[in-house]
Design a protein around this ligand. Structure first.
Ligand code: FAD
Ligand code: SIN
Length: 527
């Protein structure tokens, strides 16, 4: 039997939890569907911290300037202004809700990360900022009687009726069968798509499902070619690509090549604190130049006591893999980390489909442009999660939940397409192709070959989740081929320069429609 609620939120990371709390303020019933346990998300693993204007020597203009600079000419200025000015209020609220950011003598402490002109990054338990924020938000959400958290409820398609999103189809974890839930509106907070690439810092839930679902529901997608590769993921054969936070370089960590040379001076005057895309490409170049498979992060100038206290999670994880971060050189290489593009939204989370909202990493508000400034995304989840929740209540108060038995109601994949046995093999292949041909360095030939391979894979009888996965890979490769320049998280070796005259525009993709260029992300909403 179909279910009914006032609002559906898909995802329980920072954006989904913050949106749910906002929706519940109106007394509405909120159903939060989430793929794994409620705490499993990119948010949970966030290390470095959250950027916010709170220290005495900082102000919103400086944070805005740094964000715009990192965004390489493609940020939406209004979105950035909203982020940095409203961000402070939401962090203060988070503190009131019990989040314990690190302090010294009672005062908040701030760390440094790349491309920030001030120490403005708050952190918690050293390097477990995301875990602490998740803990506090889940506790706060649980105080709201109208929020129903449904873990292990994998959602794979949106239900669209008369061009309006009215619900979702998910796999009921108890019935072990597909089920529908109808609502006044749906808020997508499904996070990023790091898992599309062979090497990633992201947990397994980050497969970009929400982006694919929105695309099939005919929502516009923006800037999908811009993918951020984090420079320093642990590179050990038998270990996952565990993140070694940028804050380690912020505290003085140095990058060395296989000969022990500090090499960043060859590539950028800001050395280890150059923007992420620059550091990642420098590492790839250095690895190729020296004919090796890795470079090293050197923290040995700092005391073991300091490092154990400042980075307890990293210290313990490296120890588990046989490395002492105070004594050993740590093998690192880049891994996919964050996607700047996503479902196009206005400043209130409205997508181009009525009844469908998006916030957090799944969305593209234009706040990150072509390259996200470190530690801006937890803040984004709070600010735009709350805004999307608020708008969804205001826009839909008079909308009646559709009759779930209505014959008009049609999902793009209403018949649940069972996953076939080849799903794992398909995803593995896609991840390898994305890494090798659509990764840090791209060119026309590699992208065309990737697309040919994705086309072939798409011919197979795929289940819904594999189809979503390949579709998203195709979207990224197609638009990466389209953009014939290099900017932020998109680097073409055959077009290595940034070309503002021709390409200072956002890419817009829509189901069954040619790619178009738009000078802004924000749009006039129909709602
Ligand atoms: P997420 O936190 O990823 O949540 C997505 C949710 O959607 C999850 O609950 C997931 O289960 C659910 N979901 C996904 N698909 C489905 C589906 N089909 N059905 C149902 N549910 C679904 N950013 C910073 O600002 N500072 C940092 O220090 C920082 N460190 C990071 C460290 C790591 C290792 C990683 C991976 C990222 C880091 N980031 C950091 C980025 C940041 O964590 C994310 O961009 C941000 O947390 C995204 O929040 P979100 O709410 O949009 O998505
Ligand atoms: C990190 O700690 O290096 C990750 C920060 C981020 O992705 O914003």
């Amino acid at each position: 039997m179909a279910l009914e609620t006032d609002f559906i939120v898909i995802g329980s990371g920072v954006a989904g939890l913050r949106a749910s709390i906002e929706l519940a303020k109106s007394g509405a019933r909120v159903t939060v569907l989430t793929k794994d346990k409620a705490s499993e998300s990119n948010t949970e693993y966030a290390q470095g911290g959250v950027a916010v204007v709170l220290s005495d020597d900082d102000n919103a203009e400086l944070h805005e300037e740094d964000t715009l600079f990192a965004g390489a000419g493609l940020c939406d200025e209004k979105a950035v202004e909203t982020l940095v000015t409203e961000g402070t209020k939401y962090i203060q609220e988070l503190i009131e809700w019990g989040t314990e950011f690190d302090r010294e003598g009672g005062n908040l402490v701030f760390t440094q990360e790349a491309a920030h002109s001030r120490r403005r990054i708050l952190h918690a338990h050293g390097d477990s900022t995301g875990k602490e924020i998740t803990r506090a938000l889940i506790a706060r959400a649980r105080q709201e009687k109208t929020i129903l958290l449904m873990p292990f409820a994998n959602t794979e398609s949106l239900i669209v009726e008369n061009e309006r999103c009215v619900g979702v189809q998910f796999l009921d974890p108890i019935l072990k069968a597909p089920r529908e839930v109808f609502a006044k509106a749906v808020i997508l907070c499904t996070g990023g798509a790091g898992q599309l690439f062979l090497h990633t810092t992201n947990p397994t839930v980050a497969t970009g499902d929400g982006m694919a679902m929105a695309y099939f529901a005919c929502a516009e997608m923006a800037d999908m070619e811009f993918v951020q590769f984090h420079p320093t993921a642990l590179n050990l054969e038998k270990a996952p690509r565990f993140l070694l936070s940028e804050a380690m370089r912020g505290e003085g960590g140095i990058l060395r090549n296989t000969y022990g040379e500090r090499f960043m001076s060859r590539y950028d005057e800001k050395l280890e604190l150059a923007p992420r895309d620059v550091v990642s490409r420098s590492i790839v170049t250095e690895i190729r130049r020296t004919g090796t498979r890795t470079v090293f992060l050197d923290m040995t100038a700092m005391s073991e006591d300091f490092l154990r206290n400042r980075f307890p999670k990293i210290y313990e994880t490296c120890k588990y893999f046989g490395l002492n971060i105070a004594k050993d050189l740590l093998p690192v290489s880049p891994a996919s980390h964050y996607i700047m593009g996503g479902v196009r939204t206005d400043l209130h989370g409205r997508t181009t489909v009525s009844g469908l909202y998006a916030a957090g990493e799944v969305a593209c508000t234009g706040v990150h442009g072509a390259n996200r400034l470190a530690s801006n995304s937890l803040l984004e989840g709070l600010v735009f999660g709350a805004r999307a929740g608020e708008a969804a209540v205001l826009d839909n108060s008079r909308f009646l939940i559709p009759n779930s038995k209505s014959e008009n109601t049609q999902s793009k994949s209403r018949i649940w397409n069972q996953e076939s046995g080849i799903a794992t093999a398909v995803k593995k292949r896609v991840k390898r192709v994305m890494w090798e041909r659509v990764g840090i360095l791209r060119d026309k030939d590699s992208l065309k070959r990737a697309l040919r391979e994705f086309e072939q894979i798409s011919q197979a009888n795929l289940g819904t989740s594999s189809r979503n996965f390949v579709t998203l890979a195709k979207l990224i490769a197609t638009v990466a081929l389209w953009r014939e320049e290099s900017r932020g998280g998109h680097f073409r070796t055959d077009f290595p320069e940034r070309n503002d005259e021709k390409w200072r525009a956002h890419s817009i993709q829509k189901f069954n429609t040619e790619i178009s260029a738009s000078d802004k992300i924000n749009f006039e909403s129909k709602t």
